[in-house]
Unconditional design. Sequence first.
Length: 345
Amino acid sequence: MGSTEDLDYPQIIVQYSSGFLISKVMFTACELGVFDLLESGKPLSSDAIAACLGASTMGMERLLDACVGLKLLAVEMTQGGALYRNTEISNIYLTKSSPKSQYHIMMYYSNTVYLCWQYLADAVREGRNQYDRAFGISSKDPFGAMYRSDEEMLKFMAGQNSVWSICGRDVLAAFDLSLFTQIYDLGGGGGALARECVSLYPNSTVTIYDLPKVVQVAKEQFVSPEECQIAFHEGDFFNDSIPEAELYILSKILHDWEDDKCKQLLAKVYKACKPGGGVLLVESLLNEDKSGPVETQLYSMNMLVQTEGKERTAAEYSKLLEAAGFGAIQVKRTGKLYDAVLGRK
C-alpha cells in the first residue's frame, strides 16, 4: 500500500459519498428492464430503449450513459447515434433469465433494505432495528416484520435464492460433506442452497426446516415435486423440536440473532445431532481484529438496521459452537462473500 501522500482524500470522499447514487443507478436499470431488453445482443438507441420501456428519452439516455460509466453497458457510436448493449457481467448477473441472476436481491435491497437504512443514525443511537420507523411495524419480531406480507416474504426468499446461486457451491465445497447423507437446512427458505447441496453430494437428502408459511411458498414457487432429494419440515426451530440428523446447515442464520439466542439454538442442534454428526455455519466472517472485509462490516451494519444480530469473527463463532458442545471446529475462508465453519459432535 502506498503512503498517505499517495492518497487523494477528496476523491476518496467523493467516491464514498456517491456509493448510494451508483447502487441506485444499477437498481433502477434492473427495475426498468434495461438489461433484459438488451439480452438478445442487438444494440439499441436510447430512443428505442425508452420507447420499449415506457420511459422518457432524456431520462433514459442519462441512465444508459451512467450504466456505461459503471461498465454495466457498452456503447458504440455510429452515424445514426449511440447504440447500447449489455456487457458480459450484465448478461450473467443482471438479467432475470440468467441462472446466476442477482435481480431479485437487488430489488429487495432497493425497495426494502434502503428504507431501513434511511434510519441508520437512529439505529446506531438506539442499538435496534428500524422496522418501526421504516414500515410502522413492531421491531420486536424481526422476521415477523420481514415477512409482513406474502409479497415481502416472496421477495426476500427470491433474493436469498439469488445469493446462493453464485455463492452456494463455494461454501458447500469448503469441506468434504459427502459422509453426511441426512442433512437438515435450518431456515432453508426457497431451497437454493439445498439444491446446490444435493447437486454436489448426490447421495444426500436435504430437509428444509422453516416456518409453515415459508415452506408453503417454497413448495409453490421454488422447489418442484420432482426434486425428490429435497424434503420439508414445518416449524419454528427456536420453539419447536429439531429432528435428528447427521448434519445441520445454518446459512446466514446466526448473524440474525444476539449471542444468547445463538447459544440456545446451537444447544438444541447439538442435542438433536447424531453422534459423529456436525453443524455447518455459513456466514460472512470478519477479520479477527475486525478491520475488514468491508463487505462484512457493511453487512453487520445491515444486521443493525434489520435484525437483532451482527456479523462475527471465526473465533466468535467457534466460541458459540464450543458453548453448545461442538468440537473439532474447522474454519474455511472461501475468498468470496461467505465462509464456512464446521463443528462436530
